[in-house]
Design a protein around this ligand. Structure first.
Ligand SMILES: [Zn+2]
Length: 339
């Protein structure tokens, strides 16, 4: 019996020595230590041994089992180690290779300037209102005192979806929508994209940004308009900026004006940016026309208000000295990286 155990041990160890992969180790384990394995068979047959022999043979059998189990575990461990080392060798990272540059996007100068403007009005207590870019003709024109066949329609080359729906040509419809759903006091700005079917050139783009503002309350006068817009100009362009108002005409305000600011480049002396004038036209404004208030369900005998609006693109171009509006929409990183 002892000799048989010794033989099994030596055979198994010999097989283990010549094994080079994990699945072979598994078959050796089954062959010797499995339920029908050679060693297991011997242990099963121990009943036939004498009482003196049984413990001795049992001890040797257990030793053989332990030796084989250890040898198999070590063999599998060695294979895993070898595989790991090979993997590490193949996955060496060459730290002398040039890195991959991560390019991080930036906000368009338009968006940056828009944020600055919003911030200025928010600190003055204005709310920011939004509205649809695909707009009803009623909100874009009629409610603003521009009925069909009004000459002002001719000045705004409009994209018509159908007779009653347009791409908004101005952000003014947001003012109407706000007045409809909100009772005065109203103090809002409406920044957003607007659309006109203009041919693209250095100063025209079919998409551009406007920002409009509206204040409606009891006892609002032209003095409130001037104070608010002068403060905006100073915060936007610097404390030294002076402003002046020229009479103008808009269908939705009465009286109407355009506001100029002293050129922020030359301070009023005259330069290339202001074309030698010393002044730059900044925005249009006026007291809200009583008809517009009435159209929105607000009694013009009780309430009054002022409104203003300007092209954001123009402000950005003035601020950064750009001479071509197309640069703002072309997504050219060589241009955008400068801001
Ligand atoms: Zn100037």
């Amino acid at each position: 019996m002892k000799e048989k155990l010794e033989l099994i041990k030596n055979n198994a160890l010999e097989e283990i020595k010549n094994t080079s992969n994990s699945s072979e180790f598994e078959s050796i384990r089954v062959k010797y230590l499995g339920k029908k394995g050679e060693l297991t068979q011997i242990l099963r047959g121990m009943g036939a041994l004498s009482a003196e022999e049984r413990p001795i043979v049992g001890k040797i059998a257990n030793e053989v089992r332990a030796v084989l189990e250890t040898a198999i575990e070590e063999g599998i461990g060695a294979i895993k180690n070898r595989e790991k080392n090979e993997r590490l060798k193949n996955e060496v990272i060459d730290i002398s290779m040039p890195g991959i540059k991560q390019t991080i996007g930036k906000r368009n100068p338009l968006e940056q300037t828009l944020d600055e403007m919003k911030e200025i009005f928010i600190t003055m207590g204005f709310t920011i209102e939004e509205g649809p870019e695909v707009e009803l003709d009623y909100y874009n024109f009629e409610a603003l005192n521009i009925p069909k066949n009004h000459p002002a329609r001719g000045e705004q080359d409009t994209f018509y979806i159908n007779d009653n729906i347009v791409l908004r040509t101005q952000t003014s419809p947001i003012q109407v929508r706000t007045m409809e759903k909100q009772k005065p006091p109203i103090k809002m700005i409406s920044p957003g994209k607007v659309y006109r079917s203009d041919a693209v050139d250095a100063t025209h783009s079919p998409i551009f940004y406007q920002m409009e503002g509206l204040v409606v309350d009891k006892g609002i006068t032209f003095a409130d308009l001037k104070g608010t817009l002068e403060l905006f100009a100073k915060k936007m362009l610097g404390d030294k900026v002076k402003t002046k108002f020229r009479p103008h005409h808009f269908p939705f305000t009465e009286p109407s004006a355009e506001m100029d600011a002293t050129c922020f480049v030359c301070g009023g002396e005259g330069c290339r940016v202001c074309k030698g004038e010393g002044w730059i036209e900044l925005l249009g404004c006026g007291m809200v026309h009583p008809e517009v208030l009435k159209n929105c369900g607000i009694d013009p005998e009780v309430y009054s208000g002022f409104a203003f609006g300007f092209g954001v693109d123009r402000m950005v171009m003035l601020k950064y000295g750009l001479d071509d509006i197309r640069q703002l929409y072309e997504s050219d990183m060589r241009f955008l990286d400068q801001f």
